[in-house]
Ligand binder design. Structure first.
Ligand code: NI
Length: 395
């Protein structure tokens, strides 16, 4: 394998086409679990480059494979979904769908993964394994697409033994990447709580069970889980994001609905927190004579890259673009359902630098003026292609 002939030159040649992919996708964003047009578009591009699609029993999402006759596979994953945000950039290829925008860079991820598949398909004779691409619906909306895809069998046939993913990072300059060996992103537990009291006249509290008063105690006590029951050396948080209940000032509310999210960077805490939430809720509701329901909507594991996968990415990037281009990614309490894949098989997600202050590509994810530096497509494609080749050699 020759770096220049097999990876760098082809990646440069593919770049204009990948920019076109990315811009088309950026103009036509779709929300989580509704990525019908995006699914069609990705399939068409793969078909056009003679990459074999695999059947997938879901409404949206794409899986395709190079060298399907091999028993072992390396996978690369991209997300498909955009966000309910009205775009406020002045790009000529702005979103055509009002109120929907690719404001997390998933459009660029798709272009990179598509380009990588096209590049690797040309090298398929050199590859001692299968290569699978997974375009996953709904990364942004619980319960997320990853667990559904895994249940649908995307890690089998051929068996995936290593998986890579990328995420754009507006804090990292174009031409650089970020990696971290320890926990990078938090576990996510999204939940709904309904407190059932007993309605009544505001003047007769003794004859009612005040849902609002109980909810207030619950919210207050949930914060004590973090401050009093979790080791302060391991970060955790519980946020109640919405609260609904009550109809008038002189009526005691019979029902209050809370929605929230609990996050932590420790696997042990991730196990413990749902039990503590339930115990606290149960105790308070019992004490006040209320009933409750507690529903878990999503539960993502902590994102911890496998060291062996990080090592491959680090070495490949160094080989491609020289030393000192790999930064240490800081920890965040944000979540990412890529953690589902690497909970059962080795793999890693790297941060792809897309920061370029000169063109305004320095705004945070999920904002209406979020922008990426498209040059990053070349770096991401080169890295993923080389990582797959190197990893295959070790099989
Ligand atoms: Ni994202």
């Amino acid at each position: 394998m020759k770096l220049e002939d097999d990876i760098l030159r082809p990646a440069r040649e593919l770049y204009p086409m990948q920019v076109a992919f990315r811009r088309h996708i950026h103009q036509n964003p779709e929300l989580a679990f509704e990525e019908y047009e995006t699914t069609k578009y990705i399939k068409a591009q793969l078909r056009c480059h003679k990459i074999k699609l695999q059947p997938l029993d879901l409404k949206t999402g794409v899986v395709a494979v190079i060298n399907p006759h091999f028993k072992r596979a390396i996978a690369i994953r991209s997300e498909l979904d955009a966000l309910p945000i009205a775009e406020r950039t002045d790009l000529p290829f702005q979103s055509k769908r009002p109120g929907i925008m690719h404001a997390c860079g998933h459009d660029l991820h798709m272009a990179v993964v598509l380009g990588t598949m096209i590049l690797l398909n040309r090298l398929k004779k050199q590859l001692p394994c299968a290569v699978k691409c997974i375009f996953q619906p709904a990364e942004e909306k619980p319960p997320g697409g990853a667990s559904k895809l895994i249940r649908a069998g995307v890690l089998r046939n051929p068996r995936v033994e290593m998986i890579f993913a990328l995420h754009v990072d507006p804090n990292v300059a174009t031409g650089r990447i970020g990696l971290r060996d320890e926990a990078t992103m938090a576990s996510v537990l999204d939940f709904n709580i309904v407190i059932h009291g007993k309605g009544g006249h505001a003047a007769r509290p003794h004859a009612a069970v005040d849902g609002i008063a109980v909810a207030a105690e619950v919210i207050e006590s949930l914060q004590k889980i973090v401050s009093r029951e979790i080791d302060p050396l391991n970060p955790a948080l519980i946020t109640i994001g919405t609260i609904e209940g009550g109809t008038a000032r002189n009526i005691i509310a019979d029902q209050v609905v809370l929605s929230g999210t609990a996050r932590t960077l420790s696997g042990a805490n991730a196990k413990k927190i749902p039990q503590l939430l339930k115990r606290t809720l149960d105790g308070i509701c019992r004490a006040r004579g209320a009933r409750y329901t507690f529903d878990i909507l999503a539960r993502y594991p902590v994102l911890v890259n496998h060291k062996s996968a990080n090592k491959i990415l680090r070495e490949c990037y160094c080989e491609l673009f020289g030393k000192n281009k790999v930064e240490k990614t800081p920890q965040t309490m944000g979540g990412e359902d890529f953690s589902y894949y690497i909970a059962s098989i080795p793999g890693a997600m790297f941060r792809l630098g897309v920061r370029n202050t000169g063109i305004g590509a320095d705004k945070s994810w999920h904002t209406p003026d979020f922008m990426v530096d498209e040059e990053a497509i070349f770096y991401g494609t080169s890295l993923l292609s080389l990582a797959v080749l190197k990893c295959g050699e070790k099989f």
